[in-house]
Design a protein around this ligand. Structure first.
Ligand SMILES: O=C(O)CCC(=O)C(=O)O
Length: 385
């Protein structure tokens, strides 16, 4: 099997060099649901054209916005400035990129090349991996992930997983490679340790930014085994397609957890939505993209923003990303602290609200609307004035 793998080289050096254009995409109109609520649907939920409906989908491929890039090497000298930059980004964009985060570039590159090798292997080889591998449209036809092949590391596809369901890294790797791919295992371990530490650092900085005391969020980590933080780790592979506007990769959505830490390759195609516009997330070598999720927005009473994002398929290049979804313990009440609520800032979301509630709603919604619209589950829980 290892011999088969060595025939599939990612050969990045042969790929064309991408040039970056800082133009932003023309503003999109945010469509409101008509005043008559549709059957089985909540009213007043923002519906946003997703990739397949975007007239600007192909033009946007090379348009990158000014999404903040935070240099963690400055933490030692000027933690206050980093904290402010990071907090402002989370409050205004709901996303940022981090450089100098401590995970070696070499580790990221090795993972990327092994991931590419896997997805460019013959179908038989990939299918032999069993339940950890998802071919295109494997989950269900309405999935948000339209043109994406996946490998799920930990946990499996179910969100209501229990400790016994969690595919360990070793287990997933040995389902794919008979020898468990020791090289990749070491690099993945390094990466996961690094991103776990990064998650803690970011959550502490965000708490500090909000004057909550550094441990406001992290005090809930590791309360017991199998509680927060939960990392769902996935490789997403987006095969190229000549007509991306008809073939969205991932449709517009927010993530339900607290943070998502994402490693993308140099192809691009990830876009985030801010104030009615889509902005491409510029690939930066060695950077990690961090998105805020619905749980964090609810927990901070809307001070930090859960970001809508989507992925466009590239016309020529296959794209790979590795994603760590960090989620809170499912039944933990995401109650905003008193400091974040006053007369001018009344409670935004219904209580009680938990990650479990968000996930249940998400499962219903994706099935109900056919996945054709951007999904922002948190809006279902907004307190109407
Ligand atoms: O692959 C990416 O860049 C984003 C993927 C994503 O949004 C998701 O898997 O939910």
């Amino acid at each position: 099997m290892t011999a088969i793998m060595s025939n599939f080289s990612p050969s990045y050096s042969e790929e064309p060099k991408l040039t970056y254009d800082r133009r932003v995409v023309a503003p999109q109109t945010i469509l409101k649901v008509s005043s008559a609520p549709q059957k089985g649907k909540p009213d007043q939920i923002q519906q946003i054209p997703s990739v397949g409906e975007n007239p600007d989908a192909s033009a946007a491929q090379a348009s990158y916005g000014d999404i903040p890039v935070i240099d963690f090497s400055r933490l030692a000298d000027d933690a206050d400035a980093v904290c402010k930059q990071l907090g402002d980004a989370a409050a205004q964009w709901g996303a940022f990129q981090v450089i100098n985060h401590g995970i070696p570039l070499d580790t990221m590159q090795k993972i990327e090349s092994q991931g590419m090798n896997f997805f460019r292997s013959p179908s038989d080889f990939k299918l032999a991996a069993g339940s950890v591998y998802f071919p295109l449209n494997a989950e269900y036809p309405n999935s948000l992930l339209q043109r994406v092949e996946r490998v799920a590391f930990t946990p499996g596809p179910k969100w209501k997983f229990q400790a016994k369901d969690i595919n360990s890294l070793e287990d997933t790797l040995s389902r794919i490679w008979p020898d468990g791919n020791p090289l990749l295992r070491e690099e993945m371990r390094k990466y996961l340790r690094g991103s776990e530490a990064l998650n803690v650092q970011i959550m502490q900085l965000l708490a500090r930014y909000l004057d909550l005391g550094e441990d406001f969020f992290t005090q809930h980590f590791h309360r017991a085994q199998d509680t927060w933080p939960r990392f769902a780790v996935r490789w997403n592979f987006y095969p190229s397609h000549p007509n991306p506007s008809e073939n969205p990769g991932a449709k517009g959505h927010t993530d339900p957890g607290t943070l998502t830490i994402l490693m993308q390759d140099r192809v691009g195609g990830l876009r985030i939505r801010r104030d009615g516009r889509w902005y491409g997330v510029k690939p930066i070598e060695g950077a990690l993209v961090v998105n805020m999720g619905d749980s964090l927005e609810a927990w901070t009473n809307g001070r930090l923003k859960s970001v809508i994002h989507e992925v466009q398929v590239n016309t020529k290049l296959d794209r790979l990303s590795m994603i760590n979804f960090v989620s809170p313990e499912p039944s933990l009440p995401l109650s905003p602290p008193a400091q974040l609520m006053d007369e001018d800032h009344p409670r935004v979301y219904r209580e009680p609200l938990t990650y479990e509630n968000l996930m249940e709603k998400r499962a219903e919604d994706i099935v109900d609307d056919g996945g054709s619209k951007a999904v922002r589950i948190l809006d279902h829980f907004k307190i109407r004035k």
